[in-house]
Structures are given as C-alpha cells and as structure tokens.
Design a protein around this ligand. Sequence first.
Ligand SMILES: [Fe+2]
Length: 369
Amino acid sequence: MKQFVCKPFIHMFPDCGAFLSAFHVCEDDIVLSNACIFNPAFGHLDCRAQTLFLEDYGSGEPSDTMVDALLAAAAARAFRRVIAIGGGSVMDVAKLLAIAPAGSTTDSLFAAKNLRQEKELVILPTTCGTGSEVTNIAIVNRTRLGTKMGIVDDSLYARHAVLVPELLEKLPYSVFASSSLDALVHAVESFLSPAASPFTQMFAKEAIHLILSGYSKILPDKGRLKEHLGDFLLASTYAGLSFGTAGCATVHALSYPLGAVFHIPHGESNYAVFSGVLRHYEKRGAKGFSTLPGILAQELSCAPREALDALDGMLQAVYPRKRLSAYGMTAAQAKEFAETVLRTQQRLLANSPEKITAADAYAIYADLL
Ligand SMILES: [Fe+2]
C-alpha cells in the first residue's frame, strides 16, 4: 500500500480574528495574499504582519519572473513565518518562499537537491478546490523554458493548514462552483485510482458526501451557500488529502489542453470532461469503478444504474456545463489534443482505473463536442 501522508497540522477557526490570536500573528510574519482578499477580511482587524500582494509582482498564474521578483522582495525583509492567504497561485508561491534560502531564484530552487523549509509555512485557502494546503507540490510557469513545471518535495508541506470558512464568503458564485467541482473531481479520481488505499478512500468518500449533500442543500436557495461553506472547505481539504497520495487521473489529463488552449479555468475545464470520463469507465467496466455508482446513488437518492445521470442532472443545476465546441474546440483539435495528452500526461493517466489510449481520449472528447 502506498504510504499515506497527512503532514500539516489542520485547524479550523470560525473567523479570521480567532486565527490571528491563536497564531499570535505579528510583525515577524509575512502574509502573502491578494489585496482584494486580504483587505476585506483582515483590514479591520489588528493584523500586524508584513504583507506581500501577488499582483504587485505579476499577473496570472505563478511564473518564474513573478516568483523571482517575490523572492527578491522577501529577501529584503526579516521574517520567521510565511502565511499564505489565497487560492492556488498564492499557495504555490508561498511554498517556494518558505523553502528559499537567501539568494534563491526559481531556477536555483528547481535545481536544488536537498530542499528544506527555511521559514515555517502556514496556509489559509480562500477557495474550496485545490487542496493545495495539504499537498507537497508547487507549480510554476517557467517562461524561460517555455513550460509549466512542478516541484514535488516534502519540504513544501505547510506546517499548519488553517481552514476559515469566513474567507470564502466573498467568492463569486462561479468561482465557488468551479472550485468545488474541482474538489469533487479530486475526490472521485483519487477514489478510483489504483494507488488508492483505505485511508485515501475514506477521505475521498467523505469529500464526495460533503460536496453532493452540500449541493443538494444550496440548490433550492443559493442564497444559503454561506451556511454551508465550512462543509465545502472541509471537503476540499479531505479531497486534497486523498489525491495527495492516490493522485488525479484522466479527467485532469484531458482537461489540461483545454485550459492551455482555450484558457478555461482549471475547475471548469475538469468539469467539461468529467461526465464523459466517468461514462467511459462505466462502459468499459473499469476495474474498481463498480463501487462508485453505489456511493453516488446514496447521495443522490437513486438506483446505482441511474447514478451518472442523476449526478449529471445535479451538477448541471449547480453550474451549467458547456459542450466542448462552445469553447471553440473542433473535431480536428479533439484528435490533436488526444495525441498530446497521451504523449505528455502519462503521470496522470497512470492513475486511471482503465488504460486510456489515444483512441479512447479522442472518443471521450468527440462525445462532448
Ligand atoms: Fe484539480
């Protein structure tokens, strides 16, 4: 069985003030965040930490130039902890700041052999999707090399993951929907992974339960979402604990070129191919798939044979899914993307419960066009 790692201490606080006092946040800390997230949540509180806002060092997803500028800015400050308050980009960059010895650059961190956490890392996620607060990976667009690359190392685990549902209250609905769908995909893909273990499946099942029961509670009245944010945040962390060991698979692999070519947000591009991949597994009788419909059926109050249709119906109500052609994808691109995925995404495809060929990938895309 693959070793199950649950590295950070995980805390849950009712509000931001409770976090500040429990963690004695002070001038010796650097908060890495976005101004639009940090100011409304902490501006009225006595937060004495120094701040670095990602948008002052570049825009979009983390790149080597952005990380280098942030490393230089941090090097000019004295601090003992890095506190990340944000989504996936903030968390990825904070992980790199925490492991960077003086004088580091993105290139030197990628080349380093013996990484260690130089500054204690504390992460507060502000979306309910990535699970990055409990994983040991950071991804950077290495523009000088023309590719996205990840560092995977145990030094990237936060010392503390801190869940504060209040931080999600200002999330636009579309971001809530796409990030929670990403967490659902993490849970389902890691549940079905050949690298799953009873530990990862326990977290995956609970994440599936929290997300689907959460959707059923908010669908009659989306104005009540605030009451259930804590459950979605927990689910995202549970899913992170599951995929951190068991991995993600075909959905993430097939969504990769959609994000790269059509600039679709990560959660939405996963959602665009999610049902197609599940139906492919079902049709093929993929190993280990047979238990999933029963789990979904329990949450969706239907028979297992109706589970995928019922899931589709619920997810469409949460966030209408677009056909791939609506993003501009053509049949020729479906073929081209299928070949690219087979060539470049074997790390993810290896976690699929069913071997995926280029013809399979094309058939899944084609059905969703
Ligand atoms: Fe994801």
